[in-house]
Design a protein around this ligand. Structure first.
Ligand SMILES: NC(=O)c1ccc[n+]([C@@H]2O[C@H](COP(=O)([O-])OP(=O)(O)OC[C@H]3O[C@@H](n4cnc5c(N)ncnc54)[C@H](O)[C@@H]3O)[C@@H](O)[C@H]2O)c1
Length: 385
């Protein structure tokens, strides 16, 4: 499988192309927008130059990597590809039509993969004749830096396709985890309370964004607080993912989006990219000071953490992925300081159940329902590891 096709040369597609070319493949990078191809080419050149400056790769290696990427404006170049990864706009109908076009060109045994964050792989596969060769290969942004890749077989995907896809991505130096074809796969499902519970605490007036961010980074050991992270991702983008997951879960209140985020998004307070979000990014703007009350801080941290633990436990309960893969996904995909299930063991399953039941008693809202798995484990005095 020497030649790899990548469709879409945006943020993800250009990163995936770099990863595959660095692993020694010839990469055919296709986009319908010529400007996007020109931009991707310039961006890749810049990134490779920077890697040379930092002495991560030699000048000759950079030239060789860049030389292996072909920027093309038509799909006919895909006729020798063994694997094609699609990273175009997040729209099911457009993705389906692109998969049909590509399937008609590629060799019979070519694997067709989607990098979708939120669409069902089964529905994309259903558009293809060889649906057993369709699979989800979900990279994280930026693809060259983030180690984790979620591999998502659809119900139509054959075991042979799964094995070939996973072996290939493993050989690129990535850490692969296997996820069920359900909304958000592992990371984008389990991470919902990181934003959702922080927003809820803010909306209730318990603490402001600066305080919650301080709690999560200083007391929790996370690299970034939820509000800083939402401003970084873009409040419009983060809101859309939340809303998509909420709808896809048939409006389970656990995933309910927050009005705060919707209004910020509507007002154009998108975060860093628009100069203003939860914080101001204007030149010279000072960050508001957090309230460093340790008691309050520990209460906030535990509330967010136990909601994350509950989500991770429920993903195990519903066989979304193995407990090992869930902890690996959260530490390598979004840099959590510790796996959530390991954290649950350390805190004590009993304590987790008690905290969730206390929240439920207080609010009587379904979003605080404790996972049946945690309850079962508490009874049996079990731990995850
Ligand atoms: N951005 C992220 O953080 C992230 C992370 C993981 C997965 N994803 C997923 O990856 C995919 C791409 O996201 P992105 O952020 O790179 O988007 P992007 O907007 O940066 O790039 C998309 C590219 O696809 C091109 N395109 C659109 N329609 C096309 C078509 N029919 N044929 C060929 N090219 C077409 C566009 O011209 C654009 O260059 C989406 O499915 C997204 O959900 C995104």
């Amino acid at each position: 499988m020497k030649k790899i096709g990548v469709i879409g040369s945006g943020s993800m597609g250009s990163g995936i192309a770099q990863v595959a070319a660095t692993a020694g493949h010839e990469v055919i990078l296709f986009d319908t927008n010529p400007e996007a191809l020109t931009k991707a080419s310039a961006k890749l050149q810049k990134i490779l130059n920077r890697l040379v400056e930092k002495e991560r790769i030699t000048d000759a290696e950079a030239k060789a990597i860049f030389g292996r990427i072909y920027f093309v404006d038509n799909l006919s170049a895909y006729k020798e590809c063994g694997l094609v990864i699609e990273a175009i706009i997040e729209n099911l109908d457009i993705k389906k039509s692109v998969f049909q076009k590509v399937e008609a060109i590629v060799p019979k045994d070519c694997i067709l993969a989607s990098n979708t964050s939120s669409l069902s792989i089964a529905s994309i596969a259903a558009a293809c004749e060889r649906s057993d060769q369709v699979i989800g290969i979900h990279f994280f942004n930026p693809a060259p830096l983030m180690k984790l890749v979620e591999i998502i077989p659809a119900i139509q995907t054959s075991d042979a396709t799964l094995k070939r896809a996973q072996d290939m991505i493993d050989s690129w130096g990535k850490l692969t985890v296997l996820a069920k074809d359900t909304p958000g796969f592992i990371v984008n499902r389990v991470a919902r309370p990181f934003y959702g519970e922080a927003l809820r605490i803010y909306e209730e007036g318990i603490a402001d964004p600066a305080t919650i961010d301080w709690v999560i980074t200083e007391l929790g050991g996370f690299r970034m607080g939820p509000f800083t992270l939402m401003d970084y991702i873009g409040n419009d983008v983060n809101y859309t993912v939340t809303e998509t997951v909420f709808k896809a879960f048939y409006f389970d209140p656990r995933y309910k989006p927050a009005f705060t985020q919707k209004r910020l998004s509507e007002a154009g307070y998108l975060g860093r990219k628009s100069g203003r979000g939860y914080y101001s990014y204007a030149e010279g703007a000072e960050k508001p000071a957090p309230n460093k009350d340790k008691d309050l801080g520990n209460q906030i941290l535990w509330r967010i953490l136990v909601m994350l633990i509950n989500e991770a436990a429920d993903a195990v309960h519903l066989n979304i992925a193995s407990k090992e893969d869930i902890d690996l996904a959260m530490t390598k995909g979004v840099n959590y300081p510790k796996g959530l299930l390991q954290w649950a063991d350390e805190k004590g399953i009993n304590k987790c159940v008690k905290a969730l039941d206390k929240l439920y008693d207080e609010y009587h809202e379904d979003r605080y329902r404790c996972s049946p798995l945690l309850r079962k484990m508490k009874k049996a005095k079990q731990t995850f590891f």
